[in-house]
Design a protein around this ligand. Structure first.
Ligand SMILES: Cc1cc2nc3c(=O)[nH]c(=O)nc-3n(C[C@H](O)[C@H](O)[C@H](O)COP(=O)(O)OP(=O)(O)OC[C@H]3O[C@@H](n4cnc5c(N)ncnc54)[C@H](O)[C@@H]3O)c2cc1C
Length: 669
C-alpha cells in the first residue's frame, strides 16, 4: 500500500499525472513506446542488480557494469533495428537518447564504458571521416564488429588549450604511415571514457607533422588493443585513471603512444587531407566539426535536465512523506512540503528541469535546419547555433549541478546517504560542467559572439533571432500586474546592458593593453556575466513562447499548471538576476515586492499539483534508484532494508574487534 500522505497528494491534485506524462513524452504513442521498451528490460532478470552498485568495489563495478552493458547494447540494438529506418545521424541521436535517458539511467546509475562509443566515437567518424572512411569504419563500428571506440583528446597537461596538446603524428612518406607518439608525461591522453580496459580503437587528436613542419591538430584512428586478444598493441601504454567523484562505471583511461604506426588512410580526412606524397590539402572550413560539437552539447543539456528532474522527483516525493517541525505551535508536524522555504527549494528546480529540456529540443531543431543549410553551402546561421549550444550547455549544467545540491540538502540527513542516489546523480551532473568544453571557456566563447552582435546591432545590421533583443532599446513597460512578457523583456534588457558594459570595458582596456587576448582576459568576469544573462534571457523567452503554445494545445487544467511553472521559472530567473536588472531598469521597491509576492503565491498555488507533476515525468523506481523517492513512499522501510544490505552488517561482530578494538580497550595495542 502506498504511503498515506502520497496517496492524499495524488487524490487532491487538479491534473492527471497521465496527461502530464503524455505531454512530457511527446504524445501518447511516444509514451507507450518508451514504456514498452522499459518493460522489455525491467522484466528481464538479466538486468536486475544483485546488490546496490554503490556497495561494489571499483573493480567489481567495472566488471559487472561491462557485462550488463554488453547485454544491454545487444538487446537494444535488436530492438532499434527492428523499430527504425532512419539516417545515420537521426538513428545515432535516438540511440544516444536511449542510452542517456530513462532506460540507460535505470540500468546504469553510474553510466557505462560503452557510452563513449555512441556519444563521441561514432559522431566523430560521421563528422570528420570522408565518405570512403565512413564506408570502411562507420558501418562496422555501428555494429561493433571488432571495433569499440573512444575519443582521446585531453592530455595530462592540457584540456582546454588545444594548441598545447603534445601528442604528435609524423607522416612517413616511404611507408605511407603516420607515426604516433606522446613525447612526454604531460602528453599522455587522460580521461577518455572506456579507454581503460574497454575500447580497442581510439580517435586520437594529435599534432600533425609532415617533414618536420607542423600542420595543426587532426583526428587519427588508432588501434590500441588487438581485436582478438584485447592485449595492448605494441607501443601502446593504456590503463584506467582510478575512482572518480561519480560516473564510476565509465572506465576513463590514460594512453601513452610510442612509435605507433597507422596507415595514411587512418587520419580522418573530411576536413584536411595528407596525400601519399606528403602534400597537405586543407579542405573547406570544418563546419561539420561544429555540428558534432553542437550535437554533443544539446545532448548534455538533455542529460543534465534529466538528472535534475530525477533529483526533483526524489526530493518532492520525500517532502510529501517526511513530517517535521510544526508550523503553528499547537499543530501536528506537517509534511515538510508545507514549509514555504521547502517549496522554494523544490518547485523552481522542477521548472528548470522542464524548460532546460524544452530549450534543448528547440536547439536540436535549429541544428537540423542549420545542417541542411550547410549541405547547401550556407553558413549564415552557424555562429548563432554554436554560441547558443555553448552557453546553454554551460548555463544549464552549472544550474543543474547547483539544483541537485539544493535538492539533496532539502532531504536533510537522508539525502547524504548513497542509497538516496543523490551522490550518483550529482556526480553525473557536475561532470558535465567540465567535459565537452569547460563551462567558463564556453561562456567566454558565447560572449565573443554577443559582443560582435552588439556591435552589429549598433550598425543597424539584421541580427540572428536569438539576439534581436540587442537592437531593441525600448525599456520594458511595467503594468499593474506582473506579466510574463515584461519579465522576459527585463531579462533581455539586463543582458543587453551587461553586454554593452562589457563592450565599453573592453574598449577602455584596449587603451591600456595592445593585445586583444589581454583585453579579453581583463574583461573575462564581465564577459561571463553577459553570457550568463543571455542564457537566462534566451531561456525565459523560449519558456514564455512555449507557455503560449501550451495554452492553445493542452487541456485547460494541465495548461494552467504548466503556465504556473513557466512563471515560477521566469520569476526565479529574474530574482536571481535582480542585481543586473536593477543596473539597467529602475525597478522600485514596490515593484520588487510585487515580483517576490507573485513568486511566493505561485509556490503556494503549485503545491497541490507538485507530486502529480513529478509523477508525470514517469520515472520508474529503477530510474530513480533511491530509497527516498520510490512511488509508494515507503521511505523508512527502504532505508533500513538498504542499510541491512551493507556488507558490514553481514556478521554480528567484525573481525577488527578482536584485532584492534579489544586490544585498544585492554591497553594491549
Ligand atoms: C567525467 C569526465 C569525462 C571526460 N571524458 C573525456 C573524453 O572522453 N575524452 C577526452 O578527450 N576528454 C575527456 N574529458 C576531459 C575534459 O574534456 C577536460 O577535462 C575539459 O576539456 C577541461 O580541460 P582541463 O581538464 O584541462 O581543464 P583546464 O583547462 O585546465 O581548466 C582548469 C581551470 O582553468 C580555467 N581555464 C582554462 N582555460 C581558460 C581560458 N582560456 N580562459 C579562462 N579560464 C580558463 C578553466 O575555466 C578552469 O577553471 C573528461 C572529463 C571528465 C571530468
Amino acid at each position: 500500500m502506498t504511503n498515506i500522505d502520497l496517496q492524499r497528494e495524488r487524490q487532491a491534485a487538479l491534473i492527471s499525472s497521465e496527461d502530464f506524462a503524455e505531454w512530457w513524452a511527446g504524445g501518447r504513442d511516444a509514451l507507450q513506446e518508451r514504456r514498452a521498451l522499459d518493460k522489455l528490460f525491467n522484466e528481464d532478470d538479466d538486468f536486475t542488480d544483485p546488490q546496490h552498485t554503490s556497495l561494489m568495489s571499483h573493480k567489481e563495478l567495472y566488471e559487472y557494469t561491462l557485462a550488463k552493458a554488453c547485454k544491454f547494447i545487444s538487446k537494444l540494438r535488436d530492438w532499434h533495428a527492428a523499430e527504425t529506418q532512419q539516417s545515420a545521424i537521426a538513428s545515432l541521436y535516438d540511440f544516444r537518447m536511449l542510452l542517456a535517458g530513462q532506460l540507460g539511467t535505470a540500468l546504469f546509475q553510474q553510466s557505462f564504458p560503452l557510452r563513449l562509443h555512441f556519444s563521441m566515437f561514432l559522431p566523430t567518424l560521421l563528422g570528420q571521416g570522408t565518405e570512403e572512411q565512413q564506408r570502411e569504419w562507420f558501418e562496422r563500428a555501428w555494429r561493433m564488429d571488432g571495433i569499440i571506440g573512444t575519443y582521446a583528446q585531453t592530455e595530462l597537461g592540457h584540456g582546454t588549450f588545444l594548441r598545447g596538446l603534445e601528442t604528435r603524428a609524423d607522416y612517413d612518406m616511404k611507408s605511407e604511415e603516420f607515426i604516433l607518439n606522446t613525447p612526454s608525461l604531460s602528453a599522455y591522453k587522460w580521461w577518455p571514457g572506456g579507454l581503460g580496459q574497454t575500447a580497442n580503437v581510439a580517435i586520437v587528436m594529435a599534432q600533425l607533422y609532415i617533414k618536420g613542419k607542423h600542420y595543426g591538430l587532426h583526428p587519427f584512428l588508432v588501434r590500441i588493443r588487438n581485436a582478438q586478444t584485447h592485449l595492448p598493441e605494441p607501443g601502446v601504454d593504456v590503463g584506467e585513471i582510478g575512482p572518480k567523484l561519480g560516473l564510476n562505471g565509465v572506465n576513463n583511461g590514460f594512453l601513452g603512444l610510442k612509435d605507433v604506426r597507422i596507415p595514411r588512410k587512418q587520419m580522418l580526412m573530411k576536413n584536411a587531407e595528407v596525400r601519399p606524397n606528403g602534400r597537405f590539402v586543407k579542405g573547406p572550413e570544418p563546419l561539420l566539426t561544429y555540428g558534432t560539437m553542437v550535437f554533443a552539447r544539446v545532448m548534455i543539456v538533455r542529460d543534465v535536465s534529466f538528472g535534475l528532474l530525477q533529483a526533483a522527483t526524489i526530493a518532492t516525493r520525500y517532502s510529501a512523506v517526511r513530517r517535521q517541525s510544526p508550523i503553528a505551535v499547537d499543530q501536528p508536524e506537517p509534511q515538510i512540503l508545507d514549509h514555504t522555504t521547502q517549496q522554494a527549494k523544490l518547485f523552481p528546480q522542477i521548472a528548470k528541469g522542464i524548460f532546460f529540456r524544452i530549450a534543448a529540443d528547440v536547439v536540436w531543431l535549429m541544428y537540423q535546419s542549420v545542417a541542411k543549410e550547410l549541405g547547401a553551402g550556407q553558413r549564415r546561421n552557424l555562429p548563432e547555433l554554436h554560441a547558443l549550444s555553448c552557453c546553454l550547455k554551460a548555463y544549464c549544467s552549472a544550474e543543474a549541478e547547483e539544483a541537485v545540491e539544493i535538492l539533496r540538502k532539502s532531504c536533510g540527513g537522508h539525502g547524504y546517504l548513497r542509497s538516496s542516489n543523490f551522490p550518483q546523480i550529482y556526480g553525473a551532473v557536475t561532470a558535465a560542467c567540465t567535459y565537452e568544453g569547460e563551462n567558463t571557456v564556453l561562456l567566454l566563447q558565447t560572449a565573443r559572439f554577443l559582443v560582435k552582435q552588439y556591435v552589429d546591432g549598433l550598425k543597424r545590421k539584421v541580427l540572428p533571432s536569438s539576439v534581436t533583443y540587442l537592437r531593441n532599446a525600448t525599456p520594458p513597460k511595467w503594468g499593474k500586474s506582473v506579466e510574463l512578457k515584461t519579465l522576459v523583456r527585463l531579462l533581455e534588457y539586463a543582458a543587453t546592458e551587461s553586454i554593452r558594459s562589457a563592450f565599453e570595458y573592453q574598449k577602455k582596456q584596449r587603451k591600456i593593453f595592445k593585445s586583444e587576448p589581454m583585453v579579453t582576459n581583463k574583461a573575462g568576469i564581465r564577459l561571463i556575466q553577459s553570457a550568463t544573462l543571455h542564457a537566462r534571457a534566451f531561456l525565459a523567452r523560449n519558456a514564455s513562447e512555449e507557455a503560449e503554445k501550451l495554452r492553445r494545445q493542452l487541456k485547460p487544467a494541465l495548461a494552467e499548471v504548466l503556465v504556473q511553472l513557466t512563471e515560477i521559472f521566469i520569476l526565479d530567473l529574474c530574482l536571481a538576476s535582480l542585481g543586473n536588472i536593477l543596473l539597467s531598469f529602475p525597478l522600485n521597491s514596490r515593484q520588487v515586492e510585487q515580483l517576490k509576492t507573485r513568486f511566493e503565491r505561485l509556490l503556494e498555488e503549485f503545491r497541490v499539483n507538485a507530486v502529480t507533476v513529478v509523477d508525470g515525468f514517469d520515472f520508474s523506481d529503477r530510474v530513480l534508484g533511491s530509497t527516498l523517492g520510490c512511488y509508494d513512499g515507503h521511505v523508512y522501510e527502504r532505508l533500513l532494508a538498504e542499510a541491512c544490505q551493507s556488507p558490514l552488517n553481514e556478521e554480528p561482530v567484525n573481525q577488527t574487534f578482536q584485532t584492534h578494538l579489544k586490544p585498544l580497550m585492554q591497553g594491549k595495542l
